[in-house]
Ligand binder design. Structure first.
Ligand code: UD1
Ligand code: MG
Length: 465
């Protein structure tokens, strides 16, 4: 069997996106934490595009920086139209012999499967150009598909160039195309800008190809949400809603329960194990991976973190952290970057952990700050324990061993080492390391005076003499 030809992909992303009313380039506006252009680029790569090319213009440097090295970039310094943008990409495709998928940079809901289907239709029909088209009840604003007497889609008329009859056509151009490279490269130099907008329209390419006897095909997309364009922040929010529904559906069908479907935010890369229950108000973003049988939320926000099986995270913030199996976390815990919580540990209310490793079965149940520390297994960190990790100049470490009992309201002034089995008396300020199995008392000695309180009250009541 003949091996399939190489596919190049062109994302048209040089436009300004004026209606976003933003300093951020349009394509970098995130949906569920992922920039629109990244979503489109992934769909392309997922469809087997070997050479993804991004046409950049407005905010081009920022786009390049955000998307990184997985793409080729070409500049369109002046935005002279979609056809002009496509010819910028053609500049680096000279001699390329394969297919070229062209997609707009503002349709973030496109999926690999749709692009693949477009490509397959194109191959099956041996066409020079296949336009993905949609049939809309309200086609206003879109380019209309004009068919000849034989029913062949021979050209596209833009809204601004259309006469009233043409405006009634409901078949529209979606701006997703598949071309044969030689047809694409041959037709682009022939584009003219003699139209209402004075632009070079990519939509004129099908007509040029038809005139030179090349085959132009259409492929109708059934779910037009896939092609939804984002031109303003309302459409951005709407696209987020649609993508969110897809993501929740995927997890739900894989065995995840949602107790508040409409009140969760879950990014496209998040993974969730079976029998996990996600409560309302929960935000899961980035590369977060959640294990099986967890209870997450209500109101948990977890970003770029790894959560084991059987974990409870209630009303807490977890960022770039690792949580072992069967951990209980929250309510109101704050696990900051590089927190590693061992299996079976308990992180209670108002406990903040940063850059610290807790072994399995550590208990820090109330009101603590654990920063730049390590804590051995079975150690109890009493309520109100603070690691004083910062001296105003540098961060210092606190190393706490196994089976240590840190009494409530202890202040551990780093750098400090507390040996295995040691006991820190409640209310201590500990400034020197404590050996294994020692008891450390760093507090003022208590003085108790018999009858003192009664006497004091008597004096007060009799008029302070
Ligand atoms: C385009 C199509 C229209 C189609 C619609 C579907 C043309 C002439 N018209 O219109 O038939 O129905 O998409 O959404 O193609 N861009 C550049 N450089 C430019 C101009 C645009 O890179 O000089 C990029 C934009 O950033 C955008 C994409 O091309 O991502 C589409 O451009 P846009 O201006 O949105 O075209 P529409 O008017 O929507
Ligand atoms: Mg558009």
């Amino acid at each position: 069997m003949e091996s399939p030809r190489q596919v190049a992909g062109v994302i048209l992303a040089a436009g300004k996106g004026t209606r976003m009313k933003s300093d951020l380039p349009k394509g970098l506006h995130p949906i569920l934490g992922v920039p629109m252009l990244e979503l489109i680029g992934r769909a392309m790569k997922g469809a087997g595009v070997a050479r993804p090319i991004v046409v950049i213009g407005h905010g081009g440097e920022a786009v390049q920086q955000a998307l990184g090295t997985g793409y080729e970039y070409v500049w369109q310094r002046e935005q002279l139209g979609t056809g002009h943008a496509a010819s910028m990409a053609a500049g680096i495709l000279d001699g390329f012999d394969g297919e070229v998928l062209v997609v707009p940079g503002d349709a973030p809901l496109i999926e690999s499967e749709t692009l693949q289907a477009l490509l397959q239709h194109h191959r099956r029909e041996a066409a020079a150009c296949t336009m993905a088209i949609a049939e809309l009840t309200d086609p206003t604003g879109y380019g209309r598909i004009i068919r000849n007497s034989a029913g062949v889609a021979c050209r596209v008329v833009e809204e601004k160039d259309a006469d009233p009859d043409q405006k009634r056509i409901r078949e529209v151009c979606t701006s997703f195309y598949c071309f044969d490279a030689d047809a694409f490269l041959g037709a682009l130099p022939k584009l003219k800008n003699t139209n209402a907008q004075g632009e070079y329209y990519l939509t004129d390419v099908p007509e040029i190809l038809t005139e030179t006897g090349k085959k132009v095909e259409t492929w109708t997309v059934r779910d037009d949400s896939l092609l939804m364009g984002v031109n303003d922040r309302y459409q951005l929010a709407e696209a987020g809603r649609i993508l969110q529904t897809r993501i929740v559906r995927r997890h739900a069908l894989n065995g995840v329960s949602f107790t508040g479907v409409n009140a969760v935010t879950i990014g496209p890369d998040v993974t969730i194990g079976v029998d996990t229950i996600i409560g309302p108000g929960t935000v899961l973003l980035g590369s977060t991976a959640i294990g099986a049988r967890c209870r997450i939320g209500p109101n948990a926000q977890i970003e770029d973190s790894h959560i084991g099986d059987g974990v409870v995270v209630l009303m807490s913030l977890v960022t770039e952290a690792e949580i072992g199996n069967e951990v209980r976390c929250g309510p109101f815990a704050n696990l900051r970057p590089k927190s590693r919580i061992g299996a079976g540990s308990k992180i209670g209310n108002f406990v903040e952990v940063k850059n610290s490793t807790l072994a399995p079965l550590v208990s820090a149940s109330h009101l603590s700050y654990i920063g730049d520390a390590s804590v051995g297994s079975h150690t109890n960190v009493g309520a109100g324990t603070i690691t004083c990790n910062y001296d105003g100049f540098s961060k210092n470490r606190t190393e706490i061993g196994e089976n240590v009992f840190v009494g409530s309201n202890s202040t551990l002034v780093a750098p400090l080492t507390i040996g295995d089995g040691a006991l820190i008396a409640a209310g201590s300020v500990i400034t020197q390391s404590v050996p294994a199995d020692a008891g450390a008392f760093g507090r003022a000695r208590q003085e108790t005076k018999e009858q003192w309180a009664a006497q004091w009250r008597r004096i007060k009541r009799s008029g302070d003499r």
